[in-house]
Design a protein around this ligand. Structure first.
Ligand code: UD1
Ligand code: CA
Length: 484
């Protein structure tokens, strides 16, 4: 026994991780003018940083990923903590070089580190692998990923030793660049590979003699060069992968790219999406084949839609599961709900959390539901509020029916059993139970349970006064004649 475990532990030591990934995510994002940290802004329905972490986790296990946090550190940690990554606190944000400086202790057990920017979410595992492999093959101490951008403004420019060299002399930030340097289209992506011992042997040579009085990680290129270390660049042909999110315009641009990519992926899987530029479909949404999504639809969160459905325009559907063959007519709003196969919902239905709509059921215009179960084939077609209600199969809920579920302090439940018929404009004061197959007369106010197969009438009896209107008109006319 002892022998085996000793063997196992020496095995795991021999294979101990030598590659770490550091993700810089401590900055405030001043250019966004936001109260929220930049890396928690969303693109494609997910925080920017969550993309970078997910990609990093495809390259190394989460325990070897170090997210450097600082500005609003607790919020950032809470938002992405379930990914299992490690965190390093950069309490004061004194630049990207300083971010790596504070990670020294965490990274020192590793041989190499890949550094990623927490604000550039489109990077792929394949490109990180290429960067890592190139770094190893070149025996470089620093390798940066570069890209040619049509509009390089705002990015650091790569100054190679000469036009054909893989070696880099320096990275010049936009603000410090001369006019000829500004014309260089090869930009620094903010993704690097470093030899950990070389990085920390020289990181102390960084200075803050720049526009922001910060320690720039980019200056490591020149620092290591002076120390006779090899610094190289590998240019990715996938320039869009390196795009960052320093400004609102850049966030919106990446969001549009991600959403269009999502629509294209769904279309490849057999979904029709008309005018995809107008649809907002989050990353995690799933849709079955032959479903049609009309223009201006939003599908958010963990929404899952079956096959052969039609989602008509202007619906906003969040965290909702929809079965096969469902039709959602225009203008519906749904949150945390479920709709079983072949149901028809809308136009203008509002499903609040916990609405469970049964197979083939109908929910019509201006119907609001909350925490309800509507049984198979049941209908509530017009102007109705159903809350905290359990409705059986084959029930008809007439126009204008209201469940009075709230007494000002507590919520109470309404039960409507199979086959009941609720006449229009009924008021069901909960807690109340309408028995199987019963009828409620229109405009009733029901305050007591109704047994099965009965008729409940809860309204004032109609009285008719014949001739009353004629007499009233005659009296009015007589009074008018007297006055004139
Ligand atoms: C940086 C590069 C630039 C490159 C660009 C690519 C520097 C000095 N410049 O510029 O050459 O073209 O990325 O997108 O590195 N951060 C920290 N701690 C800090 C400061 C920043 O963790 O003290 C984080 C930020 O949260 C961000 C990342 O580092 O996620 C990059 O910082 P940012 O200020 O966005 O750098 P850029 O100006 O874009
Ligand atoms: Ca940036």
């Amino acid at each position: 026994m002892t022998k085996t475990s000793a063997k196992n532990s020496s095995f795991s030591t021999a294979r101990s991780p030598r590659l770490a990934i550091a993700i810089m995510a401590a900055g405030k994002g001043t250019r966004l003018k936001s109260r929220h940290p930049k890396v928690l802004h969303e693109v494609g329905g997910k925080p920017i940083l969550a993309y970078v972490i997910a990609t990093a986790a495809r390259v190394v296990p989460p325990k070897d990923i170090f997210v450097i946090i600082g500005h609003e550190a607790d919020r950032v940690r809470a938002a992405v903590g379930d990914s299992g990554v490690q965190f390093v606190l950069q309490a004061e944000q004194r630049g990207t070089g300083h971010a790596l400086l504070v990670a020294r202790e965490a990274l020192s057990p590793y041989d190499r580190v890949i550094v990623l920017s927490g604000d550039a979410p489109l990077i792929t595992a394949e490109t990180i692998q290429k960067l890592s492999a190139f770094h190893a093959s070149q025996k470089a101490t620093m390798t940066l990923l570069s890209a040619d951008l049509a509009d390089p403004s705002g990015y650091g420019r790569v100054i190679r030793k000469n036009a054909k060299s893989t070696e880099v002399r320096a990275i010049v930030e936009e603000k410090a660049a001369s006019t000829p340097q500004k014309k260089i289209r090869e930009i620094n992506s903010g993704f690097y590979a470093f030899s950990v011992p070389a990085l920390y042997a020289h990181i102390g040579e960084l200075k803050t003699d720049n526009a922001h009085r910060e320690y720039y990680l980019t200056d490591m290129a020149a620092v290591l060069g002076r120390g006779r270390q090899k610094v190289v660049a590998i240019k990715t042909p996938h320039a869009a992968e390196v795009l960052g999110t320093n400004t609102r315009a850049e966030i919106v641009d990446l969001d549009a790219r991600l959403r269009l990519a999502k629509c294209n992926q769904l279309m490849e899987e057999g979904v029709t999406i008309f005018y995809p530029q107008t649809c907002v479909i989050d990353n995690a949404v799933e849709i079955g084949p032959d479903t049609v999504i009309e223009p201006f639809v939003q599908l958010r969160g963990k929404t899952k839609i079956g096959s052969d459905c039609r989602i008509r325009s202007y619906s906003v559907i969040q965290n909702t599961e929809i079965g096969d063959g469902v039709v959602v007519l225009p203008g519906c709003v749904m949150d945390d709900s479920r709709i079983a196969r072949n149901a028809i919902v809308g136009p203008y239905s509002r499903l609040r959390p916990g609405s469970d709509i049964g197979e083939g059921a109908h929910l019509g215009n201006f119907v609001e539901t909350k925490k309800i179960k509507l049984g198979k084939g049941s209908k509530a077609n017009h102007l109705t509020y159903l809350g905290d209600t359990e409705i059986g199969e084959g029930v008809n809920v007439g126009a204008g029916t209201i469940t009075c579920n709230y007494d000002g302090v507590h919520k109470h439940k309404t039960v409507i059993e199979d086959g009941a018929f609720i006449g229009s404009d009924s008021t069901l004061v909960a807690p109340v139970r309408i028995g199987r197959g019963s009828y409620i007369a229109a405009a009733s106010c029901i305050t007591e349970d109704v047994p099965a197969d009965s008729l409940a009438v809860g309204r004032a009896r109609q009285t008719v006064k014949e001739g009353w209107a004629r007499e009233k008109r005659a009296a009015n006319a007589a009074q008018k004649a007297k006055q004139s």
